[in-house]
Design a protein around this ligand. Structure first.
Ligand code: GFB
Length: 308
């Protein structure tokens, strides 16, 4: 991509989209197309087609999606599959129809089988049953990977797919009902500290393990892929290290300064036991994450405090 290439970041206000915009702007890309959701319903194909015909972007980074943690996915599966299928189908097709030079589609590590061998290699996709709590979202994201693959095969589109692990960071969602675990625990431990509570309740057993990538490292990886990766297979993005939910809770409590007890709500699901990505492919291509989990949590907590 040239510095004056016209780049459309779909989902530019979200956790991932806003990190991508920060990265592009700080790297000198000046010609960004940023459309506010109220002005453009990405689930509406007519509106998306008109937007692409009008804007004619050179590059598209598809970070727009309906996202959420385990409880939101488990509670609203119809919305997760419908919204994400519509958004990706409309944007990928419009990108093809308007000769976009390159499109990057963003999936998630939940696309892999619940009991995939760890760490999970890209080729393990579709080799086993999915985790039920996020099957709807996973199917939608797998469809997105396949859309990119078949538009490449039939039409010669340079559409690539990236599969990030669990993400967190600046501009995250801290709503306790819909968020992912890391921001939820930052908020829970913070509120317990300032309200002088003696215990914080985490969901499930705390035994599952998760890999957490700081969102600004993801944005760095996506810019790297936009400028260096042009292959059909989807590619994993992660840190290559995972941690139990109980241990990440203890780490967040330490960063926040909460000294009370951690208790468990066993009525909430654990979800998949592990989803550690094999990141040897992207590492071999020349990219590696920079931000440690503790440093990323500290940055995220400090940002959260500015929003209070
Ligand atoms: O991040 P999370 O919501 O989603 O939950 P997944 C991860 C783990 O944290 C589960 C536990 O074992 C939860 O039981 N957990 C403990 C909590 N306390 C909490 C809490 O207060 N809030 C939340 N949310 N979790 C998602 C998929 O799976 O991963 C999405 O559902 C997406 O589709 C995302 O793929 C990356 O990591 O289990």
């Amino acid at each position: 991509m040239n510095k004056n290439s016209k780049i459309y970041v779909a989902g530019h206000t979200g956790l991932v989209g806003s990190a991508i915009v920060r990265k592009l702007e700080s790297s000198g890309y000046t010609n960004l197309v940023l459309k506010n959701y109220p002005g453009l319903d990405l689930k509406n194909q007519v509106e998306v087609n008109a937007f692409f015909e009008n804007e004619k972007p050179d590059y598209v980074i598809l970070a727009a999606a309906k996202v959420g943690g385990i409880h939101a996915n488990n509670t609203f599966p119809a919305e997760f599959i419908y919204d994400n299928l519509m958004i990706e189908s409309n944007i990928i097709h419009a990108a093809y129809m308007n000769n976009v030079i390159k499109l990057l589609f963003l999936g998630s590590s939940c696309i892999y089988p619940k009991f995939a061998q760890q760490p999970i290699k890209e080729e393990y996709l579709l080799t086993g049953l999915l985790e039920p709590t996020n099957e709807a979202y996973a199917i939608a994201k797998i469809a997105g990977i396949e859309l990119c693959k078949f538009y490449r095969r039939q039409y010669g589109c340079n559409f690539i797919s990236a599969m990030p692990t669990n993400l967190y960071g600046i501009n995250d969602n801290f709503n306790l009902e819909t968020s992912h675990v890391l921001p939820a625990l930052i908020r829970k431990f913070h509120e317990a500290k300032i309200n002088n509570q003696q215990e914080v309740i985490i969901w499930g057993t705390g035994k599952p393990k998760r890999e957490f990538l700081f969102v600004d490292d993801l944005a760095d990886a996506l810019l790297f892929l936009m400028n260096n990766y042009n292959e059909e297979p989807h590619i994993n993005i992660g840190t290559g290290e995972d941690i139990s939910i109980l241990d990440v809770a203890r780490l967040i409590a330490k960063v926040v300064g909460f000294k009370g007890e951690i208790k468990h709500d066993l009525s909430k699901p654990d979800g998949t036991p592990r989803k550690l990505l094999d990141v040897s492919k992207i590492n071999a291509a020349g990219w590696k994450h920079k931000t440690s989990l503790e440093e990323g949590i500290r940055i995220s907590y400090n940002w959260y405090l500015t929003q209070k």
